[in-house]
Ligand binder design. Structure first.
Ligand SMILES: [Zn+2]
Length: 73
């Protein structure tokens, strides 16, 4: 029984650790995307997957980012 309780605690620790890792990756990804947004010589094209109410504007055919800078900064 004690062993099972310990197993749950170990898994909880693992989950917390993975959550932290995911957060870290999101921040790193955000910074890279910002760098891409700033350096790409964008070629804006209409977003074919644009749906009603979408204010994201156009997509860049090179970096696939939206023209709406506010989405990333
Ligand atoms: Zn671009």
């Amino acid at each position: 029984m004690n062993d099972l309780i310990q197993q749950v605690k170990d898994i909880d620790d693992e989950i917390i650790s993975l959550h932290n890792k995911v957060d870290e990756c999101k921040i790193i990804k955000r910074d890279i995307i910002r760098k891409i947004w700033m350096t790409c010589k964008h070629n804006w094209v209409d977003n074919s997957e644009k749906y009603y109410g979408d204010i994201s504007g156009k997509l860049c055919s090179k970096c696939n980012l939206y023209s709406n800078k506010n989405l990333y900064f």
